[in-house]
Write a protein that binds this ligand. Structure first.
Ligand SMILES: NC(=O)c1ccc[n+]([C@@H]2O[C@H](COP(=O)([O-])OP(=O)(O)OC[C@H]3O[C@@H](n4cnc5c(N)ncnc54)[C@H](O)[C@@H]3O)[C@@H](O)[C@H]2O)c1
Length: 263
């Protein structure tokens, strides 16, 4: 039987793909026939390492070391990579969490923080998505095969996390933007969806996951009593990127072990 999730002949950009969910998404794409994966990360060595893993699976890879919060810098590198690859069909806005740092540290109550504290959450999780879409929508339109944009948000943006108020705001903003962009780009054959994750076992959460008692308390809030794995998220992203999801746009899908439920 044909692979209904085949990405044969497609060219994809995954932001923040140097580890965690983004890395696994890049590998899933390569395993399902994607012709070229543009592997973006702020950290050049991570982008290069994952690009090598993608190539080991038989796809072409181009490492795109750039900060998604830098519209001009990202734009120059993505446009050059797309010219080299010969087009663009799929964009996954995955770079997120607290930005390019691996620890989120202690978070004071929102009312004790100010714009300098808010910037790192808003910059990558909201402006990074706007920047990447600003750069790539014209490239998707020019590729003339339609396209799929998948934005990784968080259940924090759907139900609110008291200790992550600005992150919650940024992710809710990215989800609202996804719905608007779906309507704005639909006539060009571009679909835009969001995937909402709850707690995942990724390097971004590593320091928190060392606290067994905390993890046990966290898991009490999940119907499926385990943390998410990067492949749980990548499975849904692959589906939305593929033609199997050709009639799906403007939606948010939760991949969250039942942390929150929806109608
Ligand atoms: N891990 C979780 O529990 C969880 C939960 C809900 C949502 N999410 C979301 O899922 C996505 C992936 O999370 P993860 O835990 O796999 O990530 P992670 O923190 O383990 O890795 C993210 C990667 O993105 C890169 N990155 C960060 N900021 C960047 C920037 N400005 N420009 C370019 N690259 C940048 C980092 O260098 C890193 O390699 C994020 O959007 C995150 O907000 C994660």
């Amino acid at each position: 039987m044909n692979d209904m999730l085949s990405l044969e002949g497609r060219i994809a950009l995954v932001t923040g793909a140097g580890q965690g969910v983004g890395r696994q998404t890049a590998l899933h794409f390569a395993a399902h026939g994607c012709a070229t994966v543009l592997v973006n990360d702020f950290h050049a060595e991570r982008a290069a390492a994952v690009a090598a893993e993608v190539e080991a699976l038989g796809a072409k890879a181009i490492a795109v070391a750039a900060d998604v919060t830098d519209l001009d810098g990202l734009g120059a590198k993505v446009r050059a990579a797309v010219a080299e690859a010969g087009g663009l069909h799929i964009v996954v806005n995955n770079a997120g969490n607290a930005g390019p740092v691996d620890s989120i540290g202690e978070l004071p109550p929102f009312w004790e923080t100010g714009p300098d504290d808010w910037a790192r959450w808003l910059d990558t999780n909201l402006y990074g998505v706007l920047n990447t879409c600003r750069i790539t929508v014209p490239l998707l339109i020019a590729s003339e095969r339609g396209g799929s944009i998948v934005n990784i948000i968080s259940d924090a943006g759907r139900v609110g996390e008291p200790h992550l108020a600005v992150y919650s705001a940024a992710k809710a903003g990215a989800a609202g933007f996804s719905r608007a962009l779906a309507k704005a780009t639909g006539a060009h054959g571009i679909r835009v969806n969001a995937v909402s994750l709850a707690s995942m076992r990724t390097p971004g959460l590593e320091s928190m996951l060392l606290d067994d008692a905390l993890v046990k308390r966290m898991l009490k809030q999940y119907i499926v009593r385990r943390l998410g794995e990067p492949s749980d998220a990548a499975n849904m992203v692959l589906f939305l990127a593929s033609e199997a999801a050709a009639w799906i746009t403007g939606q948010t899908y939760a991949v969250n072990g039942g942390y929150s439920t929806s109608q």
